[in-house]
Design a protein around this ligand. Structure first.
Ligand SMILES: C[S@@+](CC[C@H](N)C(=O)[O-])C[C@H]1O[C@@H](n2cnc3c(N)ncnc32)[C@H](O)[C@@H]1O
Length: 251
Protein backbone atom coordinates (compact mmCIF):
# COMPACT_ATOMS: atom_id res chain seq x y z
CA UNK A 1 0.00 0.00 0.00
CA UNK A 2 2.86 2.37 0.73
CA UNK A 3 4.18 4.01 -2.40
CA UNK A 4 5.69 7.41 -2.77
CA UNK A 5 6.58 9.72 -5.59
CA UNK A 6 10.32 9.44 -5.30
CA UNK A 7 10.29 8.17 -8.90
CA UNK A 8 8.95 11.61 -9.89
CA UNK A 9 11.80 12.17 -12.34
CA UNK A 10 11.41 8.75 -13.94
CA UNK A 11 7.65 8.68 -14.59
CA UNK A 12 5.49 11.44 -15.94
CA UNK A 13 2.97 11.58 -13.14
CA UNK A 14 1.62 14.85 -14.54
CA UNK A 15 0.55 13.23 -17.82
CA UNK A 16 -2.97 11.82 -18.40
CA UNK A 17 -1.59 9.22 -20.86
CA UNK A 18 0.76 7.91 -18.19
CA UNK A 19 -2.16 7.38 -15.79
CA UNK A 20 -4.45 5.86 -18.44
CA UNK A 21 -1.77 3.31 -19.33
CA UNK A 22 -1.15 2.54 -15.69
CA UNK A 23 -4.84 2.02 -14.87
CA UNK A 24 -5.29 -0.23 -17.94
CA UNK A 25 -2.28 -2.29 -16.86
CA UNK A 26 -3.01 -2.55 -13.14
CA UNK A 27 -6.83 -2.53 -12.80
CA UNK A 28 -8.17 -3.29 -9.32
CA UNK A 29 -7.86 -0.65 -6.66
CA UNK A 30 -5.03 1.09 -4.89
CA UNK A 31 -4.81 3.85 -2.29
CA UNK A 32 -1.71 6.01 -2.37
CA UNK A 33 0.04 6.93 0.88
CA UNK A 34 -2.69 6.21 3.42
CA UNK A 35 -6.02 4.43 3.71
CA UNK A 36 -9.20 6.06 4.97
CA UNK A 37 -8.89 4.27 8.33
CA UNK A 38 -5.74 6.31 9.09
CA UNK A 39 -7.17 9.57 7.75
CA UNK A 40 -10.61 9.16 9.31
CA UNK A 41 -9.86 11.24 12.44
CA UNK A 42 -8.96 14.23 10.25
CA UNK A 43 -11.76 13.75 7.76
CA UNK A 44 -14.39 13.38 10.48
CA UNK A 45 -13.01 16.38 12.37
CA UNK A 46 -13.20 18.76 9.43
CA UNK A 47 -16.02 17.41 7.23
CA UNK A 48 -19.51 16.76 8.60
CA UNK A 49 -21.04 13.70 6.89
CA UNK A 50 -23.59 15.99 5.21
CA UNK A 51 -20.77 17.90 3.42
CA UNK A 52 -20.66 18.05 -0.35
CA UNK A 53 -17.14 16.76 -0.98
CA UNK A 54 -14.96 16.88 -4.08
CA UNK A 55 -12.27 14.19 -4.35
CA UNK A 56 -9.72 15.58 -6.81
CA UNK A 57 -7.69 12.94 -8.66
CA UNK A 58 -9.60 9.99 -7.16
CA UNK A 59 -7.73 7.37 -9.22
CA UNK A 60 -8.93 3.86 -8.33
CA UNK A 61 -8.68 4.42 -4.57
CA UNK A 62 -11.30 3.00 -2.19
CA UNK A 63 -11.13 6.12 0.01
CA UNK A 64 -14.47 7.51 -1.29
CA UNK A 65 -16.21 4.14 -0.87
CA UNK A 66 -14.93 3.94 2.70
CA UNK A 67 -16.21 7.44 3.37
CA UNK A 68 -19.69 6.48 2.16
CA UNK A 69 -19.59 3.42 4.43
CA UNK A 70 -18.76 5.87 7.21
CA UNK A 71 -21.85 7.99 6.50
CA UNK A 72 -20.78 10.52 3.85
CA UNK A 73 -23.68 11.32 1.54
CA UNK A 74 -22.34 13.22 -1.43
CA UNK A 75 -18.88 12.71 -2.95
CA UNK A 76 -18.04 13.96 -6.42
CA UNK A 77 -14.90 12.26 -7.75
CA UNK A 78 -12.89 13.62 -10.63
CA UNK A 79 -9.75 12.41 -12.36
CA UNK A 80 -7.92 13.31 -15.55
CA UNK A 81 -7.77 9.62 -16.49
CA UNK A 82 -10.86 8.55 -18.44
CA UNK A 83 -9.80 4.93 -17.85
CA UNK A 84 -9.92 5.34 -14.07
CA UNK A 85 -13.22 7.22 -14.22
CA UNK A 86 -14.92 4.59 -16.42
CA UNK A 87 -13.70 1.77 -14.17
CA UNK A 88 -14.89 3.55 -11.03
CA UNK A 89 -18.22 4.60 -12.52
CA UNK A 90 -18.98 0.98 -13.41
CA UNK A 91 -17.76 -0.32 -10.05
CA UNK A 92 -19.91 2.10 -8.06
CA UNK A 93 -23.00 2.48 -10.25
CA UNK A 94 -25.09 1.02 -7.39
CA UNK A 95 -23.85 3.65 -4.88
CA UNK A 96 -25.75 6.92 -5.48
CA UNK A 97 -23.59 8.85 -3.00
CA UNK A 98 -20.60 8.48 -5.37
CA UNK A 99 -20.37 10.32 -8.67
CA UNK A 100 -17.48 10.19 -11.16
CA UNK A 101 -16.45 12.63 -13.90
CA UNK A 102 -13.38 12.85 -16.10
CA UNK A 103 -11.90 16.31 -15.57
CA UNK A 104 -8.60 18.15 -15.36
CA UNK A 105 -8.16 19.63 -11.88
CA UNK A 106 -6.60 22.69 -13.51
CA UNK A 107 -9.89 23.54 -15.21
CA UNK A 108 -12.98 22.55 -13.28
CA UNK A 109 -15.15 25.24 -14.87
CA UNK A 110 -17.94 22.66 -15.16
CA UNK A 111 -18.66 23.42 -11.48
CA UNK A 112 -19.98 26.83 -10.39
CA UNK A 113 -18.14 28.87 -7.73
CA UNK A 114 -18.57 27.73 -4.12
CA UNK A 115 -20.00 24.32 -5.07
CA UNK A 116 -18.33 22.30 -2.33
CA UNK A 117 -17.94 22.27 1.45
CA UNK A 118 -14.73 20.31 1.19
CA UNK A 119 -12.08 19.16 -1.26
CA UNK A 120 -9.80 16.19 -0.61
CA UNK A 121 -6.56 15.71 -2.50
CA UNK A 122 -4.45 12.63 -1.84
CA UNK A 123 -1.49 12.65 -4.17
CA UNK A 124 -2.93 14.76 -6.99
CA UNK A 125 -1.12 18.05 -6.40
CA UNK A 126 1.95 15.83 -5.96
CA UNK A 127 1.35 14.42 -9.46
CA UNK A 128 1.08 17.88 -10.96
CA UNK A 129 4.28 18.87 -9.20
CA UNK A 130 6.01 16.09 -11.14
CA UNK A 131 4.74 17.31 -14.50
CA UNK A 132 5.93 19.95 -16.90
CA UNK A 133 5.11 23.56 -15.93
CA UNK A 134 4.64 22.35 -12.34
CA UNK A 135 4.34 25.77 -10.64
CA UNK A 136 1.78 26.97 -13.18
CA UNK A 137 -0.21 23.73 -12.99
CA UNK A 138 -0.18 23.88 -9.19
CA UNK A 139 -1.37 27.49 -9.18
CA UNK A 140 -4.14 26.69 -11.66
CA UNK A 141 -5.35 23.71 -9.64
CA UNK A 142 -5.19 25.50 -6.29
CA UNK A 143 -6.97 28.54 -7.76
CA UNK A 144 -9.74 26.23 -8.96
CA UNK A 145 -9.96 24.46 -5.60
CA UNK A 146 -10.26 27.81 -3.85
CA UNK A 147 -12.94 28.97 -6.28
CA UNK A 148 -14.98 25.81 -5.74
CA UNK A 149 -14.91 25.98 -1.96
CA UNK A 150 -17.63 27.73 -0.02
CA UNK A 151 -16.33 30.34 2.43
CA UNK A 152 -15.18 28.41 5.48
CA UNK A 153 -14.76 25.27 3.35
CA UNK A 154 -11.74 23.00 3.70
CA UNK A 155 -9.11 21.82 1.25
CA UNK A 156 -7.41 18.78 2.78
CA UNK A 157 -4.12 17.95 1.08
CA UNK A 158 -2.45 14.64 1.88
CA UNK A 159 1.05 14.66 0.44
CA UNK A 160 4.62 13.55 0.86
CA UNK A 161 5.67 17.20 0.44
CA UNK A 162 6.98 18.94 3.54
CA UNK A 163 6.27 22.63 4.17
CA UNK A 164 9.42 23.82 2.42
CA UNK A 165 8.02 22.54 -0.88
CA UNK A 166 4.24 22.84 -0.35
CA UNK A 167 3.71 26.00 1.73
CA UNK A 168 5.00 28.33 -1.02
CA UNK A 169 2.20 27.06 -3.28
CA UNK A 170 -0.50 26.95 -0.61
CA UNK A 171 0.21 30.43 0.67
CA UNK A 172 0.02 32.26 -2.66
CA UNK A 173 -2.42 35.15 -2.61
CA UNK A 174 -4.85 33.38 -5.00
CA UNK A 175 -5.79 31.20 -2.06
CA UNK A 176 -6.75 33.00 1.10
CA UNK A 177 -6.35 29.99 3.38
CA UNK A 178 -5.71 29.50 7.05
CA UNK A 179 -3.56 26.39 7.26
CA UNK A 180 -3.10 23.75 9.94
CA UNK A 181 -0.53 21.00 9.54
CA UNK A 182 -0.55 17.41 10.76
CA UNK A 183 2.32 14.97 10.29
CA UNK A 184 1.49 11.28 10.23
CA UNK A 185 3.82 8.31 9.90
CA UNK A 186 3.67 6.03 6.87
CA UNK A 187 1.55 2.88 7.26
CA UNK A 188 3.37 0.25 9.29
CA UNK A 189 5.73 2.68 11.02
CA UNK A 190 6.64 1.65 14.53
CA UNK A 191 8.47 3.72 17.08
CA UNK A 192 11.94 2.26 17.66
CA UNK A 193 12.34 0.15 20.78
CA UNK A 194 13.24 2.42 23.67
CA UNK A 195 11.51 5.47 22.19
CA UNK A 196 9.99 7.57 24.91
CA UNK A 197 7.89 9.71 22.58
CA UNK A 198 4.28 10.15 23.59
CA UNK A 199 3.46 12.58 20.79
CA UNK A 200 -0.01 12.15 19.31
CA UNK A 201 -0.11 12.31 15.52
CA UNK A 202 -3.64 13.67 15.83
CA UNK A 203 -2.41 17.00 17.24
CA UNK A 204 -1.55 19.78 14.79
CA UNK A 205 2.16 20.50 14.41
CA UNK A 206 3.06 24.10 15.29
CA UNK A 207 4.60 26.01 12.39
CA UNK A 208 6.45 29.28 12.07
CA UNK A 209 4.83 32.49 10.83
CA UNK A 210 5.93 31.49 7.34
CA UNK A 211 4.21 28.11 7.65
CA UNK A 212 7.46 26.16 7.99
CA UNK A 213 8.55 23.63 10.59
CA UNK A 214 10.43 25.21 13.47
CA UNK A 215 14.23 25.00 13.30
CA UNK A 216 15.46 21.75 14.79
CA UNK A 217 12.12 19.96 14.32
CA UNK A 218 12.77 16.20 14.09
CA UNK A 219 10.43 13.84 12.26
CA UNK A 220 9.78 10.60 14.11
CA UNK A 221 9.35 8.87 10.76
CA UNK A 222 11.54 10.39 8.04
CA UNK A 223 9.02 9.11 5.43
CA UNK A 224 6.06 10.81 7.11
CA UNK A 225 3.06 12.11 5.23
CA UNK A 226 1.74 15.63 5.67
CA UNK A 227 -1.91 16.60 6.03
CA UNK A 228 -2.47 20.28 5.26
CA UNK A 229 -5.89 21.47 6.37
CA UNK A 230 -6.57 24.70 4.50
CA UNK A 231 -9.66 26.67 5.47
CA UNK A 232 -10.96 29.21 2.96
CA UNK A 233 -11.33 32.53 4.67
CA UNK A 234 -14.31 34.76 3.93
CA UNK A 235 -12.39 37.51 2.17
CA UNK A 236 -10.91 36.03 -0.98
CA UNK A 237 -8.84 37.96 -3.40
CA UNK A 238 -9.78 38.06 -7.07
CA UNK A 239 -8.99 34.55 -8.24
CA UNK A 240 -8.26 35.25 -11.88
CA UNK A 241 -4.68 34.44 -12.81
CA UNK A 242 -2.46 36.19 -15.29
CA UNK A 243 0.89 34.99 -16.43
CA UNK A 244 3.63 37.58 -16.73
CA UNK A 245 6.85 35.97 -17.90
CA UNK A 246 7.17 32.94 -15.64
CA UNK A 247 5.24 34.60 -12.79
CA UNK A 248 1.58 34.09 -11.92
CA UNK A 249 -0.06 37.19 -10.53
CA UNK A 250 -3.55 38.02 -9.40
CA UNK A 251 -5.55 40.72 -11.10
C1 LIG B 1 -0.91 9.56 -6.93
S1 LIG B 1 -2.43 9.23 -7.71
C2 LIG B 1 -3.54 9.35 -6.33
C3 LIG B 1 -4.86 8.65 -6.58
C4 LIG B 1 -5.80 8.66 -5.35
N1 LIG B 1 -6.13 10.00 -4.93
C5 LIG B 1 -5.22 7.89 -4.19
O1 LIG B 1 -5.11 8.47 -3.11
O2 LIG B 1 -4.89 6.72 -4.35
C6 LIG B 1 -2.72 10.76 -8.55
C7 LIG B 1 -4.02 10.81 -9.36
O3 LIG B 1 -4.14 12.15 -9.88
C8 LIG B 1 -4.66 12.05 -11.20
N2 LIG B 1 -4.27 13.28 -11.90
C9 LIG B 1 -3.04 13.65 -12.32
N3 LIG B 1 -3.10 14.86 -12.91
C10 LIG B 1 -4.39 15.28 -12.82
C11 LIG B 1 -5.08 16.44 -13.25
N4 LIG B 1 -4.47 17.45 -13.89
N5 LIG B 1 -6.41 16.53 -13.01
C12 LIG B 1 -7.07 15.51 -12.37
N6 LIG B 1 -6.47 14.38 -11.96
C13 LIG B 1 -5.14 14.27 -12.17
C14 LIG B 1 -4.05 10.79 -11.76
O4 LIG B 1 -4.78 10.29 -12.85
C15 LIG B 1 -4.08 9.87 -10.54
O5 LIG B 1 -5.27 9.13 -10.50
Amino acid sequence: MYRDMSACNTYNYGDALYWDARYIQEGGSFDWYQRYSALRPFVRKYFPTSSRVLMVGCGNAVMSEDMVKDGYEDIMNIDISSVAIEMMRRKYEHIPQLKYMQMDARDMSFFPDESFDGVIDKGTLDSLMCGTDAPISAAQMLGEVSRLLKPGGIYMLITYGDPTVRTPHLSRPVCNWKIELYIIPRPGFQRPPGSTSTKSFLEPTPTTEKGLLPAGFVLEDPDSHYVYVCRKMDQTTDLSLHQVGDQLICS
